[in-house]
Design a protein around this ligand. Structure first.
Ligand code: SF4
Length: 96
């Protein structure tokens, strides 16, 4: 995935949301649990073109969002990401 980063926009104040590529596309970003893969990919494509993808991803992980596509990640992607992060932390402190 192409990385975007704008140091002017921080997740601290949520101003980044003003730059969201998914404005007015909320129905696409929150597909139901049984959505076809093409619907998920459509939402992820919108994220890939978004200038605040990193801020959005960070926000969704911090807020523990359990629904919708945020920062190009589905809820399942976020669960896998958190598990991997925890695994990496455990490895670094010698726990497994
Ligand atoms: S990364 Fe995706 S979900 Fe997040 S603001 Fe951009 S388009 Fe919306």
């Amino acid at each position: 995935m192409e990385e975007h980063y704008n140091p002017e926009i921080t997740p601290r104040d949520n101003q980044w949301m003003e730059f969201a590529n998914c404005k007015n596309k909320i129905d696409i970003m929150f597909p139901d649990d049984y959505a076809h893969r093409s619907e998920i990919e459509r939402a992820k494509l919108i994220c890939r073109a978004c200038v605040v993808i990193n801020e959005c991803k960070e926000y969704s992980l911090k807020m523990d969002e359990i629904h919708g596509i945020w920062g190009g990640m589905t809820p399942a992607d976020r669960r896998r990401y958190r598990k991997q992060q925890q695994y990496n932390i455990n490895l670094s402190v010698g726990k497994q």
